[in-house]
Design a protein around this ligand. Structure first.
Ligand code: ISE
Length: 337
């Protein structure tokens, strides 16, 4: 079955995905675009090309008879509505991360999907599709390195908009590590803490940056994550897994190491779109291939819910300063692999 996709949300990431689907993805095409902002619809439609239907109301867009799949790329606080509408219409839906900003909203999606009896929802945590993370996972899963004990990560960005808040360091940024690490090391979060170091003079007023997040798993693995979104030298993602018999480092892709003018150097990527561009391609192709068969892949709605519960605990710790428990309850049978 060819996927005839309606893209709900034609801002930056929505337009990226429209371009990707029309030009690089097999077995799918964008047939409808929707956004409450008229200019975004216009830009999305221009990229999608002739014949694309345009909407400002997501219910109408999703229920367009020509649409058989939905891709949600609105801002996070508006994800729940279109995702629930897609489930109600029985259409597969890819929702960019996070599934929703509030855990209670994610739970509503989980409950609706279970009630529908069909696996329809995939959440856009693209790092599970990154070549480097997959190589690290393969090495860890080989068993040769022994059990992971400590994970050291950095999530650094050049700078952020004035609208970026202290909580977003968790809900928008660290949410990637929150999702990818349990998958990488085959474990689940148990308790998490957020510590505030000396504030960067480059952070805008009201923003605490950097932040250090300490996350312990049920088996006792400790992760230390530095979130630093005003580093000023590029988009710099690192992950080192210290195991009993060795250490595995996430490879940093794309750039050669050069020796020049008495220096050895490697360029650092400018931003996350470029750093993870290949992962997005692989991720959307995988969604299309699975959705065409009535299946889902990657992060499920349950994974999105668990990530949100973990994020809530970290946000709570931003104020309490202490470890907060991550309480998710049992994985429903529906989501057990
Ligand atoms: C952005 O939304 C992303 O998803 C990026 O991967 C992350 O690094 C950034 O902090 C977010 O704002």
């Amino acid at each position: 079955m060819e996927l005839k996709i309606c893209v709900v949300g034609c801002g930056m990431i929505g337009r990226e995905h429209i371009e990707r689907i029309q030009n690089r993805i097999r077995g799918a095409q964008v047939v409808a675009v929707c956004d409450v902002v008229a200019d975004n619809v216009k830009k999305g439609a221009e990229i999608a090309g002739a014949g694309v239907a345009t909407y400002s109301d997501f219910n109408e867009a999703i229920n367009d008879a020509n649409v058989n799949a939905v891709l949600v790329t609105t801002p996070g606080q508006f994800h729940k509505g279109p995702v629930l509408a897609a489930i109600k219409a029985g259409k597969p839906v890819f929702c960019e991360k996070p599934l929703a900003n509030e855990a209670a909203d994610c739970k509503e999606v989980v409950d609706a999907e279970i009630a529908s009896g069909k696996h329809l929802v995939q959440v856009g945590f693209m790092r599970r599709y990154d070549r480097g993370y997959r190589q690290v996972k393969e090495l860890l899963d080989s068993g040769k390195f022994g059990a992971p004990m400590v994970v050291k990560c950095t999530h650094r960005a050049d700078g952020v908009a004035e609208s970026y808040t202290t909580a977003m360091a968790v809900t928008d940024t660290a949410i990637h590590e929150i999702d990818v690490l349990p998958w990488l090391i085959n474990d689940q979060w148990d308790e998490v803490q957020c510590i505030m170091p000396k504030r960067s003079a480059k952070a805008h007023e009201g923003l605490q940056d950097p932040q250090v997040m300490i996350m312990k798993t049920k088996s006792g693995i400790v992760t230390v994550l530095e979130v630093n979104v005003n580093c000023g030298f590029g988009y710099d993602i690192n992950c080192e897994v210290v195991c009993e018999n060795g250490v595995v480092n996430l490879p940093c892709p794309s750039f050669p190491t050069v020796r020049y003018a008495n220096n050895i150097s490697t360029k650092i990527e400018d931003n996350w779109i470029l750093r993870f561009i290949d992962s997005y391609d692989v991720e959307i192709q995988d969604w299309v291939d699975h959705a065409a068969k009535g299946e889902t892949a990657g992060s499920s709605a349950w994974d999105g819910y668990v990530a949100s519960i973990t994020a809530d605990a970290l946000v709570k710790s931003q104020t309490s300063g202490t470890f907060e428990k991550v309480v998710t309850g049992e994985t429903p049978d529906f989501y057990k692999k």
